[in-house]
Design a protein around this ligand. Structure first.
Ligand SMILES: C[S@@+](CC[C@H](N)C(=O)[O-])C[C@H]1O[C@@H](n2cnc3c(N)ncnc32)[C@H](O)[C@@H]1O
Length: 271
């Protein structure tokens, strides 16, 4: 029987080559030394020295390999797209980093690598592709070392519910709360190449902040830090400009009041 993630895998297999060639991901700049992980994430995950790190939904590995360059002892990136994992391995080979970087093709919900990590990390447009957040929480708990840190930085579900009307005003377009039925992303342009509408649209789910907390707590993890930010990881709304740190802002007051567009949290095993 078809799994709801099958359509998503086809979507990510389709867009990986497009992303590899896009200005948004700027792979040439990355190969020349650009770090793709923002300063907030770098600070939250530090120290990385002598730590091993698991990166969930790593796409084609830019953040994973950036974290290795920042000093992690060993990194493991997991993604269910065969195209993304092949490209991540190719980049690691090109950078002569393959001895310290493993890339695993797997669905994050069934992941069982049989080992634990000092850091488990996920970020920016990952959990909205998952049909079951309870299984996600359990996968994190299974792979986190007893004294390890789980850190995530994600699109804020309040920001994801908003859009801008014809007069430039923010309004709530989508529901905030989770619904079991997936939303088809038919006709939604690609975030990295907005002129391209994927042929394989994929399915998405909304997860509220309470759903995320419950998934982690249900897996035996304790959230000990939570932050919200008025900027995004991509130009989620009209009138956004990217800063030097890679975050996107709506600074013009005429565009309306500030709203949460990203959140981050840290969790560890509940002792
Ligand atoms: C928006 S990208 C994440 C971007 C990422 N933060 C980066 O470093 O570029 C979402 C990724 O999640 C992956 N993905 C979606 N659902 C997945 C699943 N169930 N298991 C594993 N990977 C998944 C996709 O293949 C894609 O590479």
């Amino acid at each position: 029987m078809a799994h709801p993630h099958d359509a998503n895998r086809r979507h990510w297999d389709e867009v990986t080559a497009l992303h590899r060639a896009s200005a948004f991901y700027d792979v040439e700049g990355f190969l020349a030394g650009r770090c793709t992980v923002g300063p907030l994430e770098r600070e939250a995950l530090s120290p990385l020295l002598r730590r091993n790190l698991l990166h969930l939904q790593c796409h084609f590995g830019l953040d994973t390999l950036s974290l290795l360059r920042l000093g992690a002892a060993r990194v493991t990136g997991v993604d269910f797209s065969g195209a993304a994992i092949a490209e991540a391995r190719n980049l690691a080979d090109r950078m002569k980093l393959s001895a310290w970087a493993d890339f695993v093709e797997a669905d994050v919900l069934d992941l069982d690598l049989g080992r634990r990590f000092d850091r488990v990390f996920t970020s920016h447009g990952a959990i909205n592709w998952l049909s079951d957040l309870g299984a996600w929480g359990r996968a994190i708990a299974r792979h986190l070392a007893p004294d390890g840190l789980f850190y995530m930085m994600e699109a804020h579900p309040v920001g994801l519910a908003l859009d801008v009307d014809g007069a430039g005003r923010l309004y709530q377009r989508f529901g905030y709360f989770h619904e079991a039925a997936a939303q088809t992303l038919d006709g939604v342009p690609d975030y990295a190449e907005p002129d391209y509408v994927p042929k394989e649209p994929g399915l998405g789910w909304t997860w509220s902040l309470a759903d995320i907390m419950a998934a982690l707590e249900g897996a035996g993890l304790r959230v000990f830090e939570f932050r919200e930010y008025p900027f995004a990881a991509w130009d989620a709304l009209p009138g956004m400009a990217r800063d030097a740190d890679r975050y996107y802002w709506r600074r013009d007051p005429a565009l309306g009041p500030a709203t949460p567009l990203l959140f981050s949290l840290k969790a560890r095993h509940d002792a």
